[in-house]
Write a protein of this length. Structure first.
Length: 127
């Protein structure tokens, strides 16, 4: 697994938050898991669309390491693994919903284009 050569230089809480749930995929993974209690890897992959297995696996590992996602492995044949949000992961969902509302309200103003409503959160484009 990749090891960073330098330690992360996080100087404020915002940087920590963006490191944990920022980026293109982590927030989407959190939103998908918030919408459903437990998901197997294949179902999570279907819900994500346009993500490679390697990127999904890496982002899940990082979210697990940060305490946002819980991985439960069942000792069955065939093996079964389920992913769900931890209490810490659930605590960030309202923040992501607020970001989604803000983005929906101002994206059209900036770009002239409207964004399709997200199926996973309470987005409404009202100011």
């Amino acid at each position: 697994m990749y090891q960073a050569k330098l330690e992360k230089d996080i100087r404020c809480p915002l940087e920590y938050g963006l490191d944990v749930f920022g980026g293109r995929w982590k927030s989407r993974i959190i939103c998908v898991l918030a919408h459903q209690d437990n998901l197997r890897y294949g179902k999570l992959r279907e819900e994500m669309t346009n993500i490679t297995d390697a990127v999904l696996a890496q982002n899940l590992k990082e979210l697990i390491a940060d305490g946002m996602v819980k991985r439960v492995q069942f000792n069955e044949i065939p093996p079964r693994v389920e992913y769900s949000l931890t209490e810490k992961g659930n605590s960030v969902v309202p923040i992501l919903q607020n970001i989604c509302r803000w983005s929906g309200a101002y994206h059209k103003e900036v770009s002239g284009l409207s964004i399709a409503q997200c199926r996973k959160c309470d987005y409404t484009a009202k100011k």
